[in-house]
Design a protein around this ligand. Structure first.
Ligand SMILES: *Cc1c(COP(=O)(O)O)cnc(C)c1O
Length: 252
């Protein structure tokens, strides 16, 4: 653990504070890693950085926005919904990256710019219905939809997502739903496996998807531990939590 590690100590919520300085340092280090990874991969197209703020307070999202962060990720509806209401005056896009029950679609449609964890047809239908209702009520824009793909060969180590053979049917269902826009794929590298092999496999699945849906170019891959591997294999979006915010407080 470094002295930058952010644990369970009481939070300082005032502006221009030590926490903001800490977040700025950590964000700078992650941005340097992304730039180095781009150079190593011979890429010039920077991926979009989504800072995953789950378990950290709304005040941190406000600090991050002041540091130039435009996109944040959350994995629990209740937490994301309350933060987005509290931060209605802050200009950030909210991305939902966690397992989602269909009965939460209505809530998620109120604040999310994207749902990156679509793994079954029932969820597509629930989101389509919820977005249609929200469009009528508030004129919200189309929801960016990512199919979460499982890169696990071993079902026992499953970290969520549809099987690669289910991608085509899910993509068709999303494309044919009003209000849903098929962005591309999301995946989490399997625990204990080589992330490069996993993200290479994801790039192949993305290539097959783009043959049928040329606009579905997004590849959301890469977390704190494996962003370099994700950049190497074409990630267009990175989802970074702990290397920017510190370890997550142990709260339920
Ligand atoms: C928490 C989370 C992340 C961020 O992970 P870190 O290891 O903290 O960078 C990314 N993607 C998903 C789906 C997550 O749940």
């Amino acid at each position: 653990m470094t002295s930058l590690e952010y644990g369970n100590e009481p939070r300082r919520d005032s502006g221009g504070d030590a926490r903001s300085a800490e977040l700025a340092d950590r964000l700078g280090l992650v941005r340097q890693r992304i730039e180095a990874a781009l150079r190593a991969a011979g890429r010039t197209d920077p991926p979009k950085l989504i800072v995953v703020t789950k378990f950290h307070p709304a005040a941190d999202v406000r600090r991050l926005a002041a540091l130039g962060v435009t996109d944040v990720g959350e994995n629990r509806d209740q937490e994301a919904a309350s933060k987005s209401v509290e931060l209605a005056d802050v200009d950030v896009r909210w991305h939902f990256v966690g397992q989602l029950q269909s009965n939460k679609a209505k809530s998620v449609a109120k604040y999310a710019a994207s749902v990156q964890s679509i793994d079954r047809p029932q969820l597509v239908d629930a989101l389509a219905k919820a977005v249609a209702r929200e469009k009528d009520a508030t004129g919200r824009s189309d929801l960016d939809c990512y199919i979460q793909v499982s890169l696990d060969d071993d079902a026992g180590a499953h970290r969520g997502g549809a099987g690669p053979s289910d991608v085509e049917a899910l993509a068709g269902r999303i494309e044919s739903a009003d209000g849903l826009r098929l962005s591309g794929l999301m995946a989490v590298a399997p625990l204990g496996a080589d992330p490069e092999a996993a993200f290479e496999k994801l790039a192949g699945i993305s290539g097959a998807l783009r043959k049928l849906h040329p606009a579905a170019t997004a590849i959301s891959a890469g977390m704190s531990q494996d962003l370099e591997a994700a950049v190497k294999f074409g990630a267009t979006h990175l989802r970074i939590g702990s290397d920017i915010l510190g370890s997550r407080p142990a709260v339920g």
